[in-house]
Design a protein around this ligand. Structure first.
Ligand code: FMN
Length: 196
């Protein structure tokens, strides 16, 4: 399976890189191709036009943005699932994550998402995850039932994304097994056809 791993935190001192590295390692261990989509690298402006508008635009004004977004559109059309690696800001979704997601819509349809949420507190970002569920369902990539919270991310993961707790090293199988199942099931149904 091919998985886009969306990272939506853009702070220079962010912890999100650790969580994304960990997520990619877990997916690759299961034989998936995991491709990082990093809001900090992309430096997308606050949404003006969505990709569906930009791809028809021929003006110089949006040329750079079209060049940035075209490979993402191609990636999203070939992926089988989206892994959403998200922090929690003020009990909510970090704005760069919402902005990253909002650029696209149809490209997400009929694919599952799986939420890996994290924070430096014991709550592990689960309040942002609850809000992400609503956003992801509306965007056409409903989230799988299980969540993968990472509490105290600064102590749970090393800089290079290695698990430092027994919980993360040993007890994440159910989450990734479930994601695999939903990706396989939805891929099989997509191949038979989609309703629109
Ligand atoms: C603007 C802001 C709001 C935050 N709000 C919360 C919060 O509501 N709950 C929480 O557990 N941690 C909160 N934190 C702490 C984050 O969990 C911590 O900074 C984490 O490293 C953020 O992810 P990032 O480093 O990838 O940006 C907040 C951090 C920032 C910068």
């Amino acid at each position: 399976m091919v998985v886009a791993v969306l990272l939506g935190s853009v702070r220079s001192d962010r912890m999100g890189g650790r969580a994304a590295k960990w997520a990619i390692a877990q997916l690759e261990r299961r034989g998936h191709e995991a491709v990082l989509v990093d809001a900090a690298e992309l430096k997308l402006p606050m949404l003006d036009k969505m990709w569906k508008e930009l791809k028809k635009d021929t003006s110089d004004e949006y040329k750079d943005l079209r060049v940035k977004l075209a490979p993402l559109a191609e990636l999203y059309e070939r992926v089988d699932g989206f892994c959403i690696v998200s922090a929690e800001y003020n009990h909510s979704i970090p704005p760069a994550m919402t902005n990253l997601i909002d650029y696209f819509l149809e490209e997400y349809f009929f694919r599952p998402s799986a939420i890996i949420c994290y924070s430096t507190t014991p709550f592990g970002g689960v309040r942002a995850a609850m809000q992400l569920r609503a956003l992801l369902a509306e965007a056409g990539m409903p989230s799988i039932p299980s969540l993968q919270p990472i509490p105290a991310v600064d102590k749970s993961l090393s800089h290079d994304g290695k698990a430092l707790t027994q919980e993360l090293a040993e007890n994440t199988g159910k989450f990734f097994d479930e994601f695999d199942w939903y990706m396989r099931a939805m891929k099989a149904e997509r191949q038979k056809g989609v309703p629109y």
